[in-house]
Design a protein around this ligand. Structure first.
Ligand code: NAP
Length: 480
């Protein structure tokens, strides 16, 4: 791949427009990670025409042949994982250790999706159970690809979030047009290259790098697109849902994830889990721990256990294996997070540690006595800070956990099975973790939010289901 070409219709091509390029830089030190060609609306049209052609070829390709190509792509993703990890770290500012973990999941994720693409079962319909219908008819369902899938992804997991869309969409037999985040396009292109090098037919895969609002609007409003799979902020997701028209839509959006720590919890274990779950990827994770709700009887012990662990987080050069927390995606984002922490302090909360900024790096923060109704709790922070509030009893703790517009993930620490079972039922979140924080994901599990966190599920089985359509077929043995 020449670094300044677009991938359109599974082929590397020059952009149609005025040949604009963009230098992708490290948020940590501004060093150049690579250069990409920027697509314009002409390229959107070319990609859509190619995708129509590709979708027609790919849906007629037998599942075993699709599997052969995708398994080769998985092998290539495994072989190229160390290089892809360097790219992730260079363009996103996450530590090389985290980036290596992310890249190393690529091959297995493609394999899981590939398997699901071979499992497009239907069902037989007992039509004769319907009064007036006899045994002269046979009914069954057939699962088929949607056609053209538009995948739009954010910056924070530039490999995993791309693959959670590309792999199931391709496995199910769709053509895909991917619009990755403008800040992290190199990883998306490197992964797409694995599929192309594995032998994906012409037309099936395009990657368009460029302005979210221009390319995004052109893609999501086009009637040739049948399915949109979007991961990003709630504001962008709301916009897409307004303009998309009649299409299948999956929205993986923002969050403010809670963890409840009850008096019977293992406080040390809870503090260790929060010291990881609040600060992975500098807090830029949709399932990051943003709020901790403790019983007053254990708040002091919890904070005493948490603060030294957070103090041990080492910020610095993301490419160094000694660094345990990297940079935010831009200095502007870091400034926004710095301001939010300072404002929480000014509004009466206690900033126990952290919050200082240097460029795009914000020191990991613990903020105690946070008002659960304040912006620091209610609005998604997407940065390395945890807000700790208290709740006097089980009911008010659960009400606080549920008390934001979001509902993506939640955790509860308790040794009481009855309370845990009740929490499983009462907490309004797409995933609920008992004795762990929401920052945990196995790639095969259904994954997606409730309320303002979106709708639809990812995870290979769920995504293949959402990226296919069910047809009902009735075979009439007699013509009445
Ligand atoms: P974002 O600003 O919403 O951007 C996400 C993607 O949408 C980018 O590719 C962006 O392109 C594109 N976009 C922007 N405007 C668009 C439009 N009008 N139409 C179509 N696409 C458009 O989100 P972000 O800041 O990159 O990511 C952080 C957010 O993602 C957080 O809210 C986080 O919680 C959420 N997230 C959710 C999950 C989940 O599973 N629920 C997972 C990860 C992240 P540009 O880059 O060119 O602007």
């Amino acid at each position: 791949m020449a670094s300044v070409e677009l991938l359109i219709g599974s082929r590397w091509q020059a952009a149609k427009g005025d040949g604009q390029t963009r230098e992708v830089t490290s948020p940590f030190d501004g060093s150049t990670a690579g250069t990409v060609a920027l697509a314009g609306t002409d390229d959107v049209e070319t990609a859509l025409v190619e995708a129509e052609h590709g979708a027609a070829i790919w849906r007629r390709t037998p599942a075993h042949e699709r599997m052969r190509i995708l398994l080769r792509a998985a092998e290539l993703a495994d072989e190229r994982a160390p290089k892809i990890a360097q790219t992730i770290s260079a363009e996103s500012g996450k530590t090389i250790t985290e980036a290596t973990g992310e890249a190393s999941r690529s091959g297995d994720l493609i394999r899981l999706a590939t398997f699901e693409g071979t499992q497009l079962y239907g069902e037989t319909l007992p039509l004769d159970a319907n009064r007036g219908t006899g045994q002269d008819k046979v009914g069954f369902t057939l699962r088929q690809p949607c056609g053209i899938v538009v995948a739009i992804t954010p910056f924070n997991y530039p490999a995993l979030l791309v693959l959670h869309k590309l792999a199931p969409a391709l496995a199910a037999g769709n053509a895909v047009i991917l619009k990755p985040a403008t800040s992290t396009p190199l990883t998306a292109l490197a992964l797409a290259e694995c599929f192309v090098d594995a032998g994906l037919p012409d037309g099936v895969l395009s990657v368009l790098v460029g302005s979210g609002s221009v390319l995004g609007d052109a893609l999501v409003t086009d009637p040739r697109v049948r399915k949109i799979s979007f991961t990003g902020s709630t504001a962008t997701g709301e916009h897409i849902s307004r303009v998309a028209g009649v299409k299948k839509l999956s929205l993986e959006l923002g969050a403010s994830c809670p963890v409840v720590v009850l008096p019977d919890a293992d406080i040390e274990a809870a503090a260790s889990a929060v010291a990881a779950g609040g600060y992975v990827n500098a807090g830029q994770v949709c399932i990051s721990v943003q709020r901790v709700i403790t019983h007053p009887a254990v708040t002091g012990d919890f904070l005493d256990a948490l603060v030294p662990k957070v103090r041990n987080i080492r910020t610095g050069d993301p490419s160094s294996p000694d660094t345990t927390m990297g940079a935010l995606i831009t200095a502007e984002e870091a400034e926004r997070v710095e301001r939010a922490i300072a404002r929480a302090g000014a509004d009466g909360a206690r900033v126990l540690i952290g919050g200082e900024r240097d460029g795009a790096v914000v020191q990991p923060a613990v903020v105690a006595d946070v008002d659960p109704q304040s912006p620091f709790s209610q609005q998604e922070l997407f940065g390395p800070a945890v807000a700790v509030s208290s709740a006097d009893d089980w009911e008010s703790a659960i009400a606080q956990a549920n008390g934001t517009a979001y509902g993506l993930g939640a955790g509860i620490f308790t040794s009481d099975i009855a309370g845990a079972v009740q929490a499983i039922r009462e907490i309004d979140a797409g995933s609920v973790h008992i004795n762990w924080t929401p920052l945990w994901r196995a790639d095969l599990m259904p994954y997606g939010g409730l309320k303002g966190s979106g709708y639809g599920k990812e995870g290979p089985r769920a995504a293949v289901s959402e990226m296919t359509e069910v047809k009902t077929i009735v075979l009439h043995g007699r013509p009445w």
